[in-house]
Design a protein around this ligand. Structure first.
Ligand code: ADP
Ligand code: ADP
Length: 228
């Protein structure tokens, strides 16, 4: 479970995240949805510990992340796998090499890396492209590599920041299917940050709607999606 309690992050006079309290249950696909500038990325960076809030606490699986020192932070960060909009893959490495690098950085011994990387690529449906260069892949396939890389360190949470925004609707649908499958097969909590309500409606069990740094609505999808 991820629990945000009265979290605030300011940039000068602007409260990018303004007194946000949220409970994200384990094992759900949870959406954080809002317009550009609403504070979603700032919230993502706080959950991923790339940024510390000015006040409030962030508790992941019982550990208060805001209370950790630098070394513990690094370990805690591994619990959260990040998937990015622009994929952030290394073009100089093969598809499998990108996943192996994540395992290397995570301290997995060389002898195990190849098999683990292949296992992750199989899981996301591109096991047959392990030797390809990332440039040879479509956007959707590259996104799958990004997801395999994020899963490699066996995180308990997968955090996707606008990860389908650069994809066409059909590819987006297949990636959202993949998130649902990962959630069901691995029991991972999936946090989908998006400006698209349709993404939330398609893939999420629950969601929070963010406006100007504040949560204006949150809960189960069936409760928050009301027809006007
Ligand atoms: P979103 O991801 O919903 O588009 P962001 O979290 O990126 O929103 O931004 C929320 C607000 O905080 C915006 O007004 C943005 O300009 C501002 N902001 C984000 N990061 C910084 C920063 N590092 N310095 C100053 N302002 C920032
Ligand atoms: P997003 O796709 O989340 O809207 P942006 O292009 O707004 O991303 O921001 C990209 C990066 O720039 C983020 O790391 C964000 O923190 C930073 N940023 C956004 N707004 C500002 C700002 N007003 N001043 C400084 N940095 C900012």
């Amino acid at each position: 479970m991820i629990a945000l309690d009265h979290v605030t992050k300011r940039y000068g006079d602007l409260a990018a995240v303004d007194d946000v309290s949220l409970t994200i249950p384990s094992g759900e696909v949870y959406g954080i949805v809002g317009q550009s500038g609403a504070g979603k990325s700032t919230l993502a960076r706080i959950v991923n510990l790339l940024e510390r809030p000015d006040s409030g606490s962030v508790v992941v699986d019982g550990t208060d992340l805001t209370a950790l020192g630098t070394a513990d932070l690094r370990a805690a960060r591994r619990r959260i796998g990040m998937v990015f909009q622009r994929f952030n893959l290394l073009g100089s490495r093969s598809v499998r090499g990108n996943v192996e690098l994540a395992l290397e950085l995570d301290g997995v011994p060389r002898a195990q890396r190849r098999a683990r990387a292949q296992e992750m690529l199989d899981l996301v449906g591109i096991g047959h492209r392990g030797d390809a260069s990332v440039h040879e892949l479509s956007g959707g396939q590259q996104q799958r590599v990004g997801i395999a890389r994020a899963l490699a360190a066996r995180p308990s949470v997968l955090l996707s920041d606008e990860a389908t925004s650069a994809l066409d609707p059909e590819t987006t649908a297949s990636i959202l299917d993949l998130y649902r499958r990962i959630n069901e097969q691995l029991g991972l909590t999936v946090l989908l940050i998006t400006h698209e309500m349709d993404v939330v409606k398609t893939a999420c069990h629950s969601a929070a709607l963010i406006e100007a740094g504040r949560v204006v609505e949150s809960g189960r999808l069936v409760d928050i999606i009301r027809t006007p």
